[in-house]
Design a protein around this ligand. Structure first.
Ligand code: ZN
Length: 435
């Protein structure tokens, strides 16, 4: 609440200052002396500048017609422009000139474009502006000379906050509060190991301070989460953003990392016989195929361990995978273990397992030409290379950074505590800008 009041107050001060400044600059001093209030108003109106020119994409559109549309599937630049009286010669020159700036053959369907046309009977396009993303646009200038310009918009970062008490689902609670779905996603990554986002229940509460990214006052995404609080099954969890020189990580009140480390490998292996690749020659199928896992060659019967705590999502046989186990660690990470000769006892769907627990044994069931473990790793539903996936550091705050961490932690927790659940989303005044 306090920041809102302060914000409003500042706005009033700023506006007052701006009006005073404007009047001092623009009002001819003699006119306002010794006249009635009515006269002053008339004179002030007379001296008001003309309406400012209308400018979009840095172009004055006072004498142009604006047509906005989106690219249709398989639509080309030439097709759009020729309908608006741009000649083939001009289109050709445009595609030549755009080569280094932007590939005109790669217009993406459903992306926005704007045509600025002459306000006459010909309605010829003077400019076309194509927006491949929220943060950039390309200007094709067809007036006088032909030019192609790519512009990157300035991204403003403002500090924002959100809070809520779960009524039905996390999704509903956050969307009702007007929260960006990207924030839910970011929050689930921060608390991946503490809060089971699949089991968020009625009465769970959250507060979050984060960076909101804006382009021309429109939200385009979120930056980092600065601090967050989650009350899950009655337990308090804090996440404090802190970088002690080895990358962004989140820590709790005691300075422990919220990130848990996975085991480096799920077994003792002889060698890695095949790595994660989008294209490899399959030894059994004899054709090129993506291999979205890491193959560890090891003797039949070698114990296979879960790389982290989790719940067995699947433990069954399939034609290609053979006997396999899939473990969901949390709402972000899932791992899968293929071609097993057998499962360890107690490994069945729904079983809770600990990091390092034996879940099965190396074999060559399914599509395999020798005993090995094919290990697969998912992050946010996408298969990634387990050997390359970047995981946040998991070490606690070190002695060297303890004092610095304490200061930041106190400030963030105190700010989190000030957030009122009923206020929902509210922007604070602290802003920073980045390009
Ligand atoms: Zn494999």
């Amino acid at each position: 609440m306090k920041s809102k009041v302060t914000g409003g107050f500042f706005l009033v001060v700023l506006l007052t200052a701006a009006i005073v400044f404007y009047l001092v600059q623009k009002t001819p001093a003699p006119a306002s002396i010794g006249r009635s209030a009515d006269t002053v108003r008339v004179i002030a109106a007379d001296t008001m500048p003309a309406a400012p020119p209308k400018i979009i994409y840095g172009i004055n559109i006072d004498s142009l017609d604006v047509i906005e549309n989106v690219i249709r599937p398989n639509q080309f630049l030439g097709e759009i422009l020729s309908k608006h009286n741009v000649s083939d010669r001009e289109i050709h020159e445009l595609s030549q000139k755009s080569r280094e700036v932007h590939d005109v053959r790669k217009l993406v369907s459903r992306k926005k474009y704007t045509l600025l046309c002459s306000r006459d009977s010909i309605q010829k396009v003077q400019y076309m502006i194509y927006e491949p993303s929220n943060t950039e646009y390309v200007i094709y200038k067809i007036k006088d000379s032909i030019e192609v310009l790519r512009q990157v918009r300035k991204i403003d970062t403002i500090r924002s906050q959100a809070a809520g008490i779960i009524e039905s689902s996390l999704w509903e609670t956050m969307t009702n509060a007007g929260t960006d779905p990207l924030l839910i996603h970011a929050l689930s990554e921060v608390f991946a190991w503490q809060v089971d986002f699949y089991r968020v229940q009625k009465g769970d509460k959250f507060k979050v301070i984060y960076e909101k990214l804006l382009v021309e006052d429109q939200p385009v995404g979120i930056g980092k989460i600065i601090g967050a609080y989650f009350n899950h099954f009655g337990n308090d969890y804090y996440a404090i953003y802190f970088d002690q020189g080895n990358g962004i990580s989140y820590f709790d009140e005691k300075g422990q990392s919220l990130q848990k480390q996975f085991l480096r490998a799920p077994l003792k292996y002889n060698r890695i016989s095949s790595r994660y690749t989008r294209r490899r020659f399959h030894p059994v199928l004899k054709r090129y195929k993506a291999h979205l896992g890491t193959d560890y060659a090891a003797p039949t019967g070698t114990p296979i361990r879960s790389v982290g705590d989790g719940i067995v999502e699947e433990a069954r046989y399939a034609k290609y995978n053979g006997r396999y186990v899939k473990v969901r660690h949390n709402s972000v990470y899932t791992t899968q273990y293929l071609h097993m000769s057998g499962f360890a006892s107690g490994i069945r769907k729904g079983a809770r397992i600990k990091q390092g627990q034996v879940i099965g044994y190396v074999g060559s069931t399914g599509l395999a030409n020798g005993p090995h473990l094919c290990f697969r790793f998912w992050k946010n539903g996408q298969q990634v290379d387990a050997l390359k996936v970047e995981l946040p550091p998991s070490e606690p705050v070190t002695e060297k950074y303890k004092a610095a961490y304490e200061v930041i932690k106190e400030a963030i927790i105190s700010n989190l505590n000030k957030i009122d659940y009923s206020t929902g989303e509210e922007e604070t005044l602290a802003t920073s800008k980045q390009l």
